[in-house]
Design a binder for this molecule. Structure first.
Ligand SMILES: Nc1ncnc2c1ncn2[C@@H]1O[C@H](COP(=O)(O)OP(=O)(O)OP(=O)(O)O)[C@@H](O)[C@H]1O
Ligand SMILES: Nc1ccn([C@@H]2O[C@H](COP(=O)(O)O)[C@@H](O)[C@H]2O)c(=O)n1
Length: 192
């Protein structure tokens, strides 16, 4: 199966994707892995590529194109990034969405990156708004539209082990013969 894990910054995507891949003995590919590969191919550090991406939208598009190619080619994989669900589209078997209130995510990011809460909160909010605008401009994606996902989990309500249990239960309970049909993602422009 191809499982995607999407959500905003600090929602717990990497944490869940790693533990899901371990539990299922699947491979795990993250947007961060792809971004690091793109940087290496260009002879840049990820930080340098991140700065370049502010001026050059082709860098975001290359990352998203790589996500879509991986989704088309691979199986028994957990694919994790903001847009994994949108990019994998019809190739994904189960699309998971993780979220948590902004204050919770900002607090996690403040701890992870060792910065003040207010700073993390402002940066996370601003980055989220800027990303949502870019996804809309590039691909006509409404990042707030959760109708494409099969399961949404508020990770503020369960610890990482709890989130893993909830999602593993959903995956284990999935029966292809009882599936009434994947809903196609409509009106997205896969233009890279
Ligand atoms: N269910 C949870 N409950 C409490 N803390 C969590 C939970 N899931 C993840 N965390 C913690 O929140 C922080 C952010 O998690 P993680 O890096 O997995 O998020 P992310 O969505 O991949 O973030 P980003 O998009 O910014 O890379 C980490 O410190 C992680 O340990
Ligand atoms: N313009 C960008 C795009 C991506 N990154 C890095 O890739 C990681 C994955 O991004 P997703 O949106 O696919 O989750 C992200 O955490 C960044 O490390 C970036 O720096 N700049």
């Amino acid at each position: 199966m191809l499982i995607t894990v999407s959500g905003p910054a600090g929602s717990g995507k990497s944490t869940l994707a790693k533990s899901l891949a371990d539990a299922l003995s699947y491979d795990h590919v993250s947007g961060g892995d792809i971004f690091r590969s793109l940087a290496e191919e260009r002879g840049m550090t990820p930080l340098e590529l991140n700065k370049a991406a502010e001026e050059d939208d082709q860098i975001d598009r290359d990352l998203d194109c790589r996500l879509r190619d991986i989704a088309a080619e691979r199986d028994d994989l957990v694919l994790e990034s903001r847009l994994a669900g949108w990019m994998a589209g019809e190739y994904a078997d189960i699309k998971l969405w993780l979220t948590a209130p902004l204050d919770v995510r900002a607090d996690r990011i403040a701890q992870r990156e060792n910065k003040p809460f207010e700073q993390a909160r402002a940066e996370t909010q601003e980055r989220g708004q800027s990303e949502a605008q870019r996804y809309n401009d590039y691909y006509d994606i409404n990042f707030d539209d959760l109708s494409i996902y099969d399961l949404s989990v508020n990770t503020a309500r369960w610890d990482p082990q709890g989130v893993l249990s909830v999602t593993l239960h959903a995956i284990d309970s999935y029966r292809a013969d009882g599936d009434e049909g994947k809903a196609p993602i409509e009106n997205i422009r896969y233009e890279f």
